[in-house]
Design a protein around this ligand. Sequence first.
Ligand code: ATP
Ligand code: MG
Ligand code: MG
Ligand code: MG
Length: 576
Amino acid sequence: MRASQFLISTLKEAPADAEVASHKLMMRAGMIKKLGAGIYTYMPMGLRVIRKVEAIVREEMNRAGAVECTMPVVQPAELWQETGRFDKMGPELLRIKDRHDRDFVVQPTSEEVVTDIARQELRSYKQLPKNLYQVQTKFRDERRPRFGLMRGREFIMKDAYSFDRDQAAAKRSYETMAQAYRRIFDRFGLRYRAVAADSGAIGGDLSEEFQVIAATGEDAIVYCPDSQYAANMEKAEALAPTHARPAPGRAMEKVPTPGKSTCEQVAELLKVPLATTVKSLVLATDKLDAQGNVTGSQVWLLLLRGDHDMNEIKVGKVPGLDNGFRFATVAEIEAHFGAKPGYLGPIGLKQPVKIVADREVALMADWIAGANEEDFHTVGINWGRDLPEPDAVADLRNVVEGDLSPDGQGKLAIERGIEVGHIFYLGTKYSKAMDATFLDEDGKPKVFEMGCYGIGITRLPAAAIEQNHDERGIIWPDAIAPFTVVVCPIGMDRSADVKAAAEKLHDELAAAGVDVLLDDRGERPGAMFADWELIGVPHRVVISDRGLKEGQLEYQHRRDAAATKVAAGEIAAFVK
Ligand code: ATP
Ligand code: MG
Ligand code: MG
Ligand code: MG
């Protein structure tokens, strides 16, 4: 490939709405172009990366015995009504109407359609197991699309669905996928963890997420460095032993703070400007020292309704509570206050606040009612002693760094991750709802046992960049680089020798199956190198008259501090 034929459009500055490195760099490298909120064009340079991700996924899915199909992006609502999801799913499900006023959805995932295929095409146990997959456009009307391809509204997902005779077979299908996923993520060349996960809205009980490790990740993952234990925070909390309540040494105290709302006090404490739209805000924790200082990372940050508009930060209603109670994520709070991660430092937190599950917020209703009294700030609260302990508080759980791992093998550590894959054992949730059966050996109809398996194809490049970049740009792992090698001739327009050598090297590498690009645009060396460092091509070969006189080319890996002189014939060995 020649750069002059290709479309290269790098930018000096990232757009103002790009918050994280991957979003900034993908925009600057001309890999994606924004068309609307969470809607992007995959530009030629970005598409090459996406195609490489897809190719690896296809190879390993096929190797694992899955078969590819493509299901429609626009799907009739009838199927979604059979499972109840047409009504049950929130606004993330994009519902549209055709000219006859018939309802359709734009697929956020495809359980209904694939189950419909199975009930028609898989009639006998002899056809099982089957695993059908697609690599297809999805649409989720995310409440807050952000970080470029990381959380788009339109994105590409590989989704696979397994159909089995019984639970044992379904679990084997799940295991086959779990292994295929490990091969896939190994091949991407990224640091990742497979973590136990809650099965979430889709249902079932066997579930793992594949998390690429990155400080900017939206998920907290809990693992034990001394054993195999790893889970996402929700799952870890569900399994963890109940934490000790704060020592009851300190009495509950209402500190008079005339005229100051809790929110104002916290804003003062956090040294962040108090957003005028937030009237009351409560910071709560069960990790207090004798002085009432927060000592752990387990902090609940709750925003309470006032006479203000909370639309920007609310994420959901808390069941069983007055609808005024809302909770927000760290990122949302940060975005709202315009503060940087770690801004909770002044009150002694080791980590930013974590998101709490609905049930936990609900349990704190009484506490909140007490703490948020006009002109008072309540400290030293002890559940059960100061406020009635709701039944469920007994199993209020949390996990903090240093806790004993559930397998007893060591202490827990916490890090952040980006969910790039997710596998589920679904059971018969969809097959039952849609009456999807096959004839078993005994001649009787049985519902399929199902599993589903997703990979965020377009999220993956963003995750890869979060893990692999420097101040100059992206550093792609070879496996998913848009080009493996860029040949940079210096003075190609002036020197026939340079031109000939560059073309020869390009052609030889291309013939050897190397994904090579020849930069024949005639850019000055500085601008040319800056472009390729930004785009992140892992291997670069510079060809100049001076080098050619010595019979040498300059090779530099994107991570190398300096170039190495290499004889022209030896380049191939460096880039394979
Ligand atoms: P998240 O927790 O990030 O919202 P999810 O759990 O809703 O993701 P799944 O339903 O498990 O997502 O979908 C399978 C995969 O699709 C995810 O593991 C993720 O890699 C990818 N994915 C989900 N939502 C998006 C999105 N909005 N943009 C890009 N990729 C996404
Ligand atoms: Mg989601
Ligand atoms: Mg998730
Ligand atoms: Mg998921």
